[in-house]
Design a protein around this ligand. Structure first.
Ligand SMILES: CC(C)(COP(=O)(O)OP(=O)(O)OC[C@H]1O[C@@H](n2cnc3c(N)ncnc32)[C@H](O)[C@@H]1OP(=O)(O)O)[C@@H](O)C(=O)NCCC(=O)NCCS
Length: 186
């Protein structure tokens, strides 16, 4: 895992010093709303930055100009390894949504995956209520392959009942990625 670069961003391994910028977004309810975890406090972000520093599935996404960490990608090989399938995920600081940063970072990572890692297929899942997430996946040209009802829950409501969520499943093959690279970017 090296460092990847785009026009405006650097994608690199997490460092323990990222705790402060990580706290800036993992402490926000609007950012973690659809995540399996709740808001993080500073101590939890210190532990998380340290943990991610040793986990190559997590990519820190930083602004090239200032070095500020504005979000992260998750890119994890699924089992069995011979299927060469990887799962993509992303969480960005809401102060930096709506700027195209997530799409720019994901495109670079997918290109790295399909070219350098020689992956065959990428998958992603999201809650249908999370429109910014599935809109991003569709901007990246992933295909919606399934809609699953009440697949699980991450959180409870005010009565302590599970908040069951549905799931959209997305996927794309390497050969589709390369043929779609010729199409105009939306
Ligand atoms: C999902 C998430 C990463 C999407 O972020 P995003 O900023 O909407 O996504 P993009 O980087 O593709 O940005 C696209 C937006 O930037 C705008 N934009 C502005 N400048 C741009 C530029 N130079 N290039 C491209 N797009 C630009 C686009 O018009 C688009 O705006 P729109 O959504 O109003 O149409 C973000 O909502 C997030 O982090 N959510 C919280 C965590 C989460 O839910 N993760 C997913 C769990 S499944």
């Amino acid at each position: 895992m090296g460092v990847l670069e785009t026009e405006r961003l650097i994608l690199r391994r997490f460092k323990p010093e990222d705790a402060r910028d990580l706290y800036e977004y993992l402490s926000r309810e609007d950012v973690v709303k659809f995540e399996p975890y709740g808001v993080h406090n500073e101590a939890q972000c210190e532990a998380e930055a340290l943990r991610r520093s040793g986990d190559p599935a997590f990519w820190a996404v930083c602004l090239k100009d200032s070095g500020k960490l504005i979000g992260n990608l998750y890119f994890q090989q699924q089992q069995p390894a011979a299927f060469r399938t990887w799962e993509l995920g992303y969480v960005f600081n809401s102060g930096f949504h709506g700027c195209g940063y997530a799409a720019e970072a994901c495109r670079r990572l997918l290109d790295y995956g399909f070219t350098d890692l020689q992956i065959r297929r990428v998958t992603a899942r999201c809650n249908p209520d999370n429109a910014p997430s599935w809109r991003l996946l569709e901007r990246l040209k992933l295909r919606r392959e399934g809609f699953f009802r009440e697949t699980g829950y991450f959180k409870h409501d005010e009565h302590g009942e599970p908040k069951w969520h549905d799931t959209f499943a997305y996927g794309l093959l390497g050969r589709e990625w390369f043929s779609r690279a010729e199409e105009p970017v939306k």
